[in-house]
Design a protein around this ligand. Structure first.
Ligand SMILES: *[C@@H]1O[C@H](CO)[C@@H](O)[C@H](O)[C@H]1NC(C)=O
Ligand SMILES: *[C@@H]1O[C@H](CO)[C@@H](O)[C@H](O)[C@H]1NC(C)=O
Ligand SMILES: *[C@@H]1O[C@H](CO)[C@@H](O)[C@H](O)[C@H]1NC(C)=O
Ligand SMILES: *[C@@H]1O[C@H](CO)[C@@H](O)[C@H](O)[C@H]1NC(C)=O
Ligand SMILES: *[C@@H]1O[C@H](CO)[C@@H](O)[C@H](O)[C@H]1NC(C)=O
Length: 543
């Protein structure tokens, strides 16, 4: 009864758990219990009793509930659960982004402040949040590296620029954090050298087996097998997948495992660790248990992280290929302009890409190879009109992959080293954009360059990597995320990597636009407003 209360009671409201626990205590085996749980739940529901979650209580399906993300002013809602020390998940999130700079935010104050940090998602990385697909009722949120969820007091959706809270919750005192569990049991057997180190239960459906040893190449038709009941039997078990090997279907173990590597078992949905009694290395052909471990029946697993399905990368997606520009003796100047990214994923494979990325000497976000002790000249033509975020792009070189330096909180800025001249916001220049030539004639190029500014309105800075410069850096925009690419700092340029072809360009359009703006300025007298108006027109024209 005591165990029952600890392990299963927290699942539902107290009334419900008390009731169900009473029932469960009489029913011995786990599979039946789950069915009963469903029956009881349905019964309660039909009496109109709504099941809600209790703050700081554990739910084996979702994790520890820490509250609703809600706000009286917005229609944001969602139930937030802790998966483990570094992961949260939100269910039934209703969120329509109303502005461009909203983030999931963790703060050590009870409501979000500029001192907090961004929490990232698979969908958007650390970039501003966009809409989440309605098909997916779960949003998984990761705490940044080197942090734990219990360091923070609040979780919210926050606008960094306007310092506004769009919906938040305060983490409970002494928050409980689900934990993976190491078991004392190991696989051993008399046949085919079956042995292993301890088992580590990562979450309800994921088990790591350290140092698995088994002559799978000799054993007849053998599988990992998990099931219910007091002893291993053919009829009460199911086959268990090995991660990496059984992605599509479960095949027999045919490899000779020599103990040099760990394997991960993935339990099927209805046979998670709470619903099985044993895991066996089982010979299907002759119905022989080569060796098995029993799942503990005490409360060892009472606080296990819930299972979170991983995102399967779509195998149809072509990996992004990067151009290459080597900083040879003939190429000491790099000019950074904007250009489309339409058909391409960003670096992290994230779903969303910025509207524009840096094009360097006409090549879309290439890898740059720069030689130590050589001075290079970086020309910046990414726009300096703060009114339109897309067209305000200070260039900087840093050790942060995603960029967006000016969008980082103090806490985040401290983790980044900038290698280009500071302040970052001073490295801006006129706006030049590569535009796809949609209805081009046969003799025309695929893309042409459009510039807004003055011919003598240039901005550049020098960069000289030296002995102490790290071997991988990134060029990025200070104002927008994921616009950049890698810089490899080398002692000698690689010979086996080919340079991309640069597209020659001239700036005819530059003059036209500058003149038209000059004319407009004369009429209206407001340079800044007109520049903005021009840019708005350009945005509409390009959209
Ligand atoms: C999300 O909403 C659906 C439909 O209302 C409901 O069945 C489900 O239990 C909710 N999820 C959570 C975690 O409460
Ligand atoms: C926490 O859970 C997530 C999702 O299952 C997983 O990717 C991550 O590795 C876990 N972290 C730890 C520290 O176990
Ligand atoms: C780089 O640009 C400068 C002017 O900014 C020019 O003097 C120099 O010749 C250029 N170097 C190369 C290698 O093109
Ligand atoms: C190397 O470059 C850094 C700036 O990135 C500078 O602070 C340092 O003094 C340089 N070291 C040498 C040996 O020139
Ligand atoms: C760069 O210069 C330093 C001395 O200033 C020298 O020790 C080092 O070998 C040079 N590296 C390369 C790749 O030329």
């Amino acid at each position: 009864m005591d165990v029952c209360l600890k392990a299963e009671a927290n699942v539902y409201t107290n009334l419900f758990s008390l009731f169900s626990c009473l029932v469960f205590s009489i029913v011995p085996l786990k599979g039946n219990r789950q069915m009963l749980s469903l029956v009881v739940q349905t019964l309660l529901l039909s009496f109109g009793i709504v099941l809600s979650y209790e703050i700081n209580t554990y739910n084996p399906d979702y994790g520890v509930y820490i509250g609703d993300l809600s706000s009286p002013e917005t229609d944001i809602a969602g139930q937030v659960f802790i998966v483990n020390a570094t992961t949260l998940q939100i269910f039934n999130l209703t969120f329509t982004p109303t502005q461009q700079d909203l983030y999931f935010w963790l703060d050590d104050k009870e409501s979000p402040t500029k001192e907090g940090i961004k929490a990232h998602t698979y969908e958007y990385g650390i970039t501003p949040l966009g809409p989440f697909s309605e098909e997916n009722d779960r949003v998984v949120v990761h705490v940044p590296e080197k942090h734990r969820i219990d360091e923070f007091k609040s979780f919210s959706i926050y606008s960094f620029k306007s310092d506004k809270n769009f919906g938040s919750l305060v983490l409970p005192e002494n928050v409980k954090i689900p934990k993976s569990v190491a078991l004392n049991s190991e696989f051993t057997g008399k046949r085919y050298k079956l042995r292993s180190g301890p088992l580590y239960v990562i979450d309800r459906r994921t088990i790591k087996v350290y140092g698995f040893t088994f002559e799978g190449n000799k054993a007849p038709k053998t599988y990992f097998y998990a099931g219910r009941g007091a002893s291993v039997s053919y009829s009460s078990g199911v086959k268990v997948a090995i991660r990496g090997k059984d992605e599509k279907e479960i095949s027999e173990i045919s490899e000779n495992y020599r103990g040099g590597k760990d394997i991960i078992l993935e339990l099927p949905e209805n046979y998670d660790i709470f619903h099985i009694d044993w895991i066996s290395v089982y010979c299907y052909k002759y119905r022989v248990n080569f060796g098995s471990v029993l799942v503990p029946t005490d409360d060892t697993l009472a606080n296990l992280p819930p299972y979170v399905p991983s995102f399967k990368k779509n195998s149809d997606e072509k990996p992004m290929t990067h151009g290459v520009l080597k900083g040879s003796a003939e190429r000491r100047n790099f000019t950074f302009q904007l250009g489309d990214i339409e058909h391409i994923k960003n670096y992290n494979g994230n779903l969303r890409s910025p509207k524009y990325v840096w094009h360097v000497n006409s090549v879309m976000s290439p890898d740059l190879y720069l030689v130590r002790n050589v001075t290079y000249n970086f020309n910046v033509e990414g726009g300096r009109e703060k009114i339109i975020p897309e067209f305000y792009n200070p260039l900087y070189i840093g050790d942060d992959e995603e960029g967006g330096y000016l969008e980082l909180s103090q806490n985040e800025v401290e983790k980044v080293t900038v290698y280009s001249p500071e302040p970052v916001e001073s490295q801006t220049g006129p706006l030049c954009i590569w535009i796809q030539n949609k209805d081009k004639a046969a003799d025309e190029q695929d893309a042409y360059l459009d510039c807004d500014g003055w011919p003598d309105d240039v901005h550049s800075f020098a960069f000289t990597p030296n002995e102490t410069t790290p071997s991988v850096l990134y060029y990025n925009s200070g104002n927008n995320f994921n616009m950049g690419g890698r810089i490899f700092i080398v002692d000698e340029l690689p010979e086996d990597i080919a340079d991309s072809a640069e597209v020659p360009y001239n700036r005819e359009k530059w003059h036209t636009l500058a003149l038209s703006r000059q004319r407009a300025d004369k009429v209206n007298g407001g340079k800044a407003t007109l520049a903005a108006a021009f840019m708005i027109i350009l945005t509409i024209a390009l959209a």
